[in-house]
Each structure stands twice: as structure tokens, then as C-alpha cells.
Design a protein around this ligand. Structure first.
Ligand code: GDP
Length: 170
């Protein structure tokens, strides 16, 4: 069935969002011993459809030279199998180069990319939104993973692009 992935730097709220979307329907998958955080899969049910969600763990492209290796070592499988990607950023922090680098890399996959601007319970969206629009990301959804704001909007947008085929709604 369809799969979508959560990607983002540490502390932006990926785990909080993952837990909110999946509840306790999850499993930890590790195929490379020694990597601190393996991929975690969960199940998301929305509007009668079920998709799998994969949390790619901490991708930390702090050093430009490390971006490909980090992405492709830790998250390659997740990104390859994903039908859509949700990049999470912390709306409170100023947009940093690593965020832009990561976003550009994700855009290159050609997969539907949604930018979840998290923690909007604490911040105004405008500056962050403008920065990402400038590099070509227009699918912005302001959310609060912790408080649940706009989670339905995010799921509406993501599920609209997932390939459910002719599967009947449950
Ligand atoms: P991860 O490292 O990306 O998985 O981030 P976590 O899910 O562990 O969250 C990092 C911190 O941000 C935690 O202290 C969360 O409680 C906090 N956090 C997550 N979502 C929100 C939110 O919507 N609003 C606020 N104010 N804090 C949040």
C-alpha cells in the first residue's frame, strides 16, 4: 500500500507528529546494526484509507558534504519507497542553510513534497513560509503536532496524492 515519509532535522517535532498520526500502531525496523535510530513504521488511517508512515530518523545535513551520505545511508530506503514526503521544520527557529539544503534535495526526488511548519501555536508563519516559497516549495501546511492544529489539513493534502488505486474505502 501507499507509504509517506517524515523527514526533518532534530527537535522539529517529527516524533510528536509521528505519534499523533499513528497512535500506537508502529513498529521499529532496523536493518543496519550500529545506527542509533532505525526507521520506524506506523499506520495512519484517514477518511477510510490506510497508509504506512515511515519516520526516517534524524537527518542532520549540517555539513554540505555529509548530506548525500546521511540521506542515502540513513534514509535511502525510506525515501525510495515513499510515495510522498512530509518535511517538518520548526516555525520558531530562523530558517537555516541545512533546512534549505535538505529541502532542495527532497525536491530533487520529484516526489510530492509537503512542508509541515510545526509549533505554530508559538509563532507566526509568514517569514518561514516566504523563505520556502522562494526555493519552490508551495505545499506549506502550518501545524502544531503537540496541540493537533491543522493535522486534518495535512492528512487531506497528503492522502490526496497517495496512490490508493481501486482499493475500496474501509
Ligand atoms: P524530533 O526530534 O524531530 O522527533 O522532535 P520531537 O517530536 O522529539 O519534539 C521536539 C520538542 O518539540 C519536544 O520538546 C516537543 O514537545 C516539542 N514540540 C513538538 N511539537 C510541538 C508543537 O506543535 N508545539 C510546541 N510548542 N512544541 C512542540
Amino acid at each position: 500500500g501507499p507509504v509517506f515519509a517524515i523527514v526533518g532535522r532534530p527537535n522539529v517535532g517529527k516524533s510528536t507528529l509521528f505519534n499523533r498520526l499513528t497512535g500506537s500502531r508502529r513498529s521499529i525496523v532496523g536493518d543496519e546494526p550500529g545506527i542509533t535510530r532505525d526507521r520506524i513504521y506506523g499506520e495512519v488511517r484517514w477518511n477510510g484509507h490506510t497508509a504506512r508512515l515511515v519516520d526516517t530518523g534524524g537527518i542532520v545535513p549540517d555539513d554540505e558534504a555529509l548530506i548525500p551520505s546521511e540521506i542515502f545511508r540513513q534514509a535511502r530506503v525510506a525515501l525510495e519507497e515513499a510515495n510522498a514526503i512530509v518535511m517538518v521544520v520548526d516555525g520558531r527557529t530562523e530558517l537555516a542553510a541545512p533546512d534549505i539544503d535538505l529541502a532542495r534535495l527532497l525536491l530533487k526526488t520529484g516526489k510530492p513534497l509537503f512542508l509541515a511548519v510545526n509549533k505554530i501555536d508559538t509563532v507566526a508563519l509568514d517569514a518561514t513560509a516566504e523563505n520556502f516559497r522562494r526555493i519552490g516549495i508551495h505545499n506549506l501546511v502550518p501545524i502544531s503536532a503537540e496541540h493537533g492544529h491543522n493535522i486534518g489539513d495535512l492528512l487531506d493534502e497528503v492522502f490526496a496524492v497517495l496512490p490508493f488505486g481501486n482499493e475500496e474505502a474501509e
